[in-house]
Design a protein around this ligand. Structure first.
Ligand code: SAH
Ligand code: SF4
Ligand code: F3S
Length: 447
């Protein structure tokens, strides 16, 4: 590819691993590069700048990043001017170790530095020297620095970053730092701009979103206040927020769902385990009973609330009895979706540092996860079956990924709904009568 020698802009590609916050950060990093004259490359082979935005939450996620980098090495050999950068949680956690394992990497930029990626690329191109930016000295300067980002029908907006909890298994407080909330006015402003440009659905993001605003100056703010302020924006059709922590979720919040017609009935609040002794070792701050009380309160306030959770099987010391309690929690909660993981021991976590051993054998973890996933799928399918015959409102996302002749969209609970339709329904709100269901999707006809 011929690039101009003066600006040497060219094309950039980003590969994203990890959570929604990473998806957003990748988008923001790309917007930064586009602001500097780079275009988006459709695939790595077309790119002059290659980025991987990484996750450290489980060992597999880190392996994925290294194996991708391994494949990119060939491209660098063919094109020595190619700039390769590692962003995100693994960059933050591993720092210069990444240069040791992958010496052809030019930039390692942690979770507080990714929007300066334009400057780093320019520096590498000018000097040929590597850049390591993983300090925590600065506030995350993200959206503030950005002039533009691509307009999407559905957009993520980060309202806070970092986490003040110390769940013993979790590396996120290490990689993302302590909680820091953006000013309410700034968030509302960003949302208004997005909606003005055509965004119809906004999902507010925070690792621990229920504690939004607790350290803001001159006065603290609450998630509830923020939801009322954003929901009020003219033209915003759907508002969502993730992720909730059962210890910080305030039942008062349920009022917002009743008051705000565009706040969608969906709550992602991970339980992690059903066993009180495991929950205690995880330092989650609630019990089995308390969790189920919250589930009951949510359903009483908002009967059609879609509940999603995360569960870890095989945490340190988990017995068969503990695991049975986790099954019971799933059975009683009847999650619409549950993300179930095998415990993966991580460096820099309280569990590792305080010597909570990773003592459930892999074979047993596998047996437990398979059993729980099977039951969860069965319960989710049963719950979805109950929706057959009902009518739901769907926000269209375009042709179905599985079957391009059909149209796919989401109901208020964020479930995939597939219909037959001769015309494109992307960006439209339409009513669907559900005619059949699986554990993962609802099928129906337009009404
Ligand atoms: N901030 C969010 C998400 C954190 S990471 C929250 O607290 O809900 C996303 C999920 O990954 C967690 O909810 C947990 O279920 C899982 N997870 C975190 N650390 C893990 C580990 N060491 N091994 C396996 N799963 C883990
Ligand atoms: Fe990790 Fe717990 Fe914070 Fe979630 S609440 S990011 S699981 S420490
Ligand atoms: Fe992974 Fe970091 Fe998100 S560790 S889950 S990318 S906050």
């Amino acid at each position: 590819m011929a690039h101009q020698t003066t600006t040497r802009a060219g094309k950039a590609f980003v590969y994203t691993i990890g959570c929604q916050m990473n998806e957003l950060d990748s988008e923001l990093a790309m917007a930064t590069l586009e602001g500097d004259g780079l275009n988006v490359a459709a695939r790595p082979a077309d790119a002059d700048v290659l980025l991987v935005n990484t996750c450290s939450v489980r060992e597999k996620a880190e392996e994925k990043a290294y194996s991708w980098l391994g494949r990119m090495k060939v491209l660098k050999r063919e094109n020595p001017d190619l700039v390769i950068g590692v962003l995100g949680c693994m960059a933050q956690k591993e720092g210069k170790l990444i240069f040791r394992r992958a010496p052809y990497v030019d930039i390692v930029a942690g979770t507080a530095h990714f929007t300066k990626i334009d400057e780093y690329v320019r520096q590498v191109r000018a000097t040929g020297k590597r850049i390591l930016a993983v300090g925590r000295d600065e506030e995350v300067e993200t959206e503030k620095r950005l002039k533009a980002r691509e307009t999407r029908q559905s957009a993520y907006v980060a309202v806070m970053r970092g986490c003040d909890h110390h769940c013993t298994y979790c590396v996120v407080p290490n990689t993302r730092g302590m909680e820091s909330s953006r000013p309410l006015e700034e968030i509302v402003e960003e949302c208004k701009i997005l909606v003005g440009e055509g965004t119809q659905e906004i999902t507010l993001l925070g690792q621990n979103i229920d504690s939004y605003g607790k350290r803001l100056q001159p006065r603290r703010r609450t998630l509830s206040e923020l939801l009322y302020a954003v929901a009020d924006i003219q033209g915003l059709r759907r508002l969502r927020f993730i992720t909730s922590h059962p210890s910080d979720l305030k039942p008062e919040l349920f009022q917002a769902f009743k008051d705000l017609p565009n706040l969608m009935p969906y709550l992602h609040f991970p339980a992690q385990s059903g066993s009180d002794s495991v929950l205690k070792r995880m330092r989650r701050g609630y019990t089995f009973e308390r969790y189920l009380e919250l589930v009951a309160a949510a359903r009483e306030a908002v009967p059609d609330m879609g509940l999603a959770g995360d569960t870890i099987v095989g945490f340190s010391g988990e017995t068969e009895e503990d695991f049975e309690k986790t099954i019971e929690l799933h059975e009683r909660t009847r999650f619409q979706n549950a993300y179930i993981f095998m415990y993966s021991e991580r460096d820099y976590t309280p569990a590792k540092e305080q010597g909570l051993p990773d003592d459930v054998p892999l074979e047993l973890k596998k047996r437990r996860i398979n059993r729980l996933m099977k039951l969860q799928r069965q319960w989710a399918a049963e719950e979805n079956q109950k929706k057959v015959g009902t009518v739901t409102e769907v926000f269209g996302e375009g042709p179905s990924r599985k079957d391009p002749d059909k149209q796919e969209g989401r109901n208020p609970q964020n479930q995939v709904v597939i219909v037959e339709s001769g015309r494109e329904l992307k960006g439209q709100l339409y009513k669907v009568e559900i005619t059949s269901a699986t554990d993962a999707a609802l099928y129906g006809r337009l009404v």
